[in-house]
Design a protein around this ligand. Sequence first.
Ligand code: ZN
Length: 350
Amino acid sequence: MKPVISAKDIEDLLAKGGDVKGLPEDAILTPSAKDLLRDLVRRGRADTFANSNGRATTPEAPAIPLSSQSPKSELDAFFNSVYCRNLKDQICDVGRRLWQRAYVDGNGGNIAIRVGEDIALCTPTLVSKGFMKPEDMCLVDFEGNQFCGARNRTSEILMHLQIMKRQPRAVATVHCHPPYSTGFAVAGMVPPTCMIPEYEVFASVGVAPYRTPGTPEMGKLVADLTDKHNTILMANHGVVSWSHNNVEDAYFKMEILEAYCRTILVTAQLGVPHKTMSPAQLQDLLKIKQSLGIPDPRHGLRECELCDNDEWRPGVTCTISPKVEPEVGIDPEVEAAVQAITDQIMAKLI
Ligand SMILES: [Zn+2]
């Protein structure tokens, strides 16, 4: 009797360090097993192996990090490696998700992954992000010079590269035009805070002023904000995010921001006062955020300063009013009176 192999059997095999090439040739594969195998082949992961913890791992990065100074033959070999193919697949996956969620329009949006000291893999120009193929990707240095790839790199790559130059922790960047978030970008306004935990923990949003897309000036204005923000609203344009983990994490910032902007607009239309979390509750979330290594300009602020939403028209305000602290300084009149009394006392003592 022919053995029947399910997706679970394949996952167990990979978890034990096995190779799918060792499956019996006459085995009957269930539909989900076929899907899983197809997916592994598509991702160039048919040779995926498992580490000692049983977790599947992807092909390893080059032992010696590459740079723009590496020989062209090494850059070509890297560009055609299984490791790089996996990264290209990740970019295609993220592009597809951006398009399916209507976060990009036309040929808009771009994605980049740092792959060496000063080189990055990125999306091509003039291709819909929903229909990219791994062979469409480009390899560039941090000045935007292209080394590998049949298509031309995106014209907006300079902004991604300036983020990576400014922020050594940035391993991936995503730029797109999600409508709700871009609405806030057009208004030039950071969304109000203290309403949803997911947003508070994973996103840290700033606004960069408008400049022509693709110019070094635009890139600099965005990069200047990345010390304190991982998601930047680009005025009259869209959003760019960066991650210190991976490209999917950079993409998640978009999902989180867009879902948040959409939710608070619904909330604003309900016609009842919004309920916000308390500053103490927000403080707890910021502690989690800090432990995850995610920047936020509110780290270290006093509780009463945490929920300042003055710009938000429907009127979300902090539940604690800032404490008015006495001014610390020197009052010249008081100082003069003290000096006069001191002088009188000193005169009697003499
Ligand atoms: Zn754009």
